[in-house]
Design a protein around this ligand. Structure first.
Ligand SMILES: *Cc1c(COP(=O)(O)O)cnc(C)c1O
Length: 369
């Protein structure tokens, strides 16, 4: 890839395809693969990611909200798209864009049926979401008879799929709880298929579920973070490639004597003569203040430079006293050669938060060959 000449988020579509093929290789060929591209494709570029994965023949996409699904349709995505958290006010546009809702309560089921009827739909596909222990969204086992009664009495919608979400698939200390969730889901699926009298697409696993609970892959898996190159596990990370790399350049260098402060509120004071480099990105770009004050490093010419002082809105300063570098040199904030897991770990958070927080003002540069 070309050297950066400003702050950019590079998106490597070859890495994406590699990660997709790797994750696919961990499941049976007949299991469908749903690529999760919510939150701008985990902070990258949902349209580019989705177009690439559609070409690579994923079966399904998932987004969180209706507007995200509409953006994919406008970009040319034709395969099914599940909307995980649709809001009632957007049901009409959801249907107009041929998106599939995840329905998680009686009230929204009734509302969705009414909207589908008003639009003259027949057998419009929906997914039923069940709570098996995450306690976030979802019906319970006991809701099934009422769901069945409500859907049987009409023709506008048809239950196509059934899902649940697991709380701790990446955590080896929680296998018992995960198994409990899986058992609950199995009982729900059996009851639902008996009531409806036909097979449903059953899906429950996220990325770490694919890795740690392959026996529960059922008919489809839902993978997000793994596609972007992170597997919540060092051994899996070794097989994946980070898709995005956040890069910038050195805007200016300063040589300061001992006892000089750097940045707002003078949170860094040099103990000896020090060289700092100012980088053109800050907390408005998704590099929050928790990364400041020496907690976190960036990579310059193969070496690590600590962020000093407070992170500003549009700039950060790093200590380059020991690093040979010049104004204009490329700086890797995270990505290839400095994984997002490592960067985010220094501030006690996770790759998901760091990736999805990258501001939309940073230009995306797409790389593929
Ligand atoms: C975000 C999300 C996923 C993807 O999880 P990863 O850990 O990124 O693979 C799967 N299912 C649901 C319901 C989600 O909200």
């Amino acid at each position: 890839m070309a050297k950066a000449t400003e702050t950019v988020l590079e998106i490597d579509l070859n890495a994406l395809v590699h990660n997709y093929r790797y994750l696919r290789s961990r499941i049976r060929p007949e299991t469908k693969f749903m690529a999760v591209v919510k939150a701008y494709g985990y902070g990258s570029d949902a349209q580019e990611i989705a177009m690439c994965l559609q070409k690579a023949q994923v079966d399904y996409f998932a987004v969180a909200y209706v507007n995200e699904g509409i953006a994919l349709r406008k970009a040319g995505i034709t395969i099914p798209i599940l909307v995980l958290h649709p809001q009632k006010v957007h049901f009409k546009t959801l249907i107009e864009h041929n998106l599939e809702p995840s329905i998680y309560s009686h009230a929204i089921l009734e509302q969705f049926i009414r909207t589908a009827q008003e639009l003259g739909k027949l057998a419009y596909p929906i997914h039923l979401k069940f709570n098996t222990g995450l306690n976030r969204l979802g019906f319970t086992y006991a809701d099934l008879p009422k769901i069945y009664t409500a859907t049987e009495a009409q023709h506008a919608i048809k239950v196509k799929a059934i899902l649940s979400h697991l709380a701790a698939t990446e955590d080896r200390n929680e296998t018992e709880f995960t198994q409990l969730q899986l058992n609950r889901f199995e009982a729900i699926c059996n009851k639902a298929e008996t009531l409806f009298g036909y097979k449903l697409i059953k899906h429950v696993l996220n990325t770490s579920g694919i890795i740690n609970y392959p026996n529960a892959q059922l008919d489809m898996v839902r993978s997000g973070i793994g596609l972007y190159g992170y597997g919540n596990d060092a051994t899996i990370d070794a097989d994946l490639i980070p898709v995005v790399t956040l890069k910038t350049i050195i805007a200016q260098k300063h040589t300061i004597p001992a006892g000089e402060s750097v940045g707002y509120n003078r949170k860094y004071v040099s103990k000896k003569p020090t060289v700092t480099a100012t980088l053109p990105l800050g907390h408005a770009d998704g590099i929050g203040r928790q990364y400041g004050q020496g907690n976190t490093f960036v990579r310059i010419n193969g070496q690590l430079a600590p962020i000093v002082g407070n992170v500003c809105m549009d700039m950060i300063m790093v200590d380059v006293t020991e690093i040979e570098c010049e104004e204009g040199d490329e700086v890797i904030i995270f990505g290839k050669k400095l994984p997002a897991t490592e960067f985010s770990g220094t501030a006690d958070t996770i790759s998901y938060e760091l990736l999805t927080g990258i501001s939309q003002r940073i230009p995306r540069v797409i790389y593929k060959n």
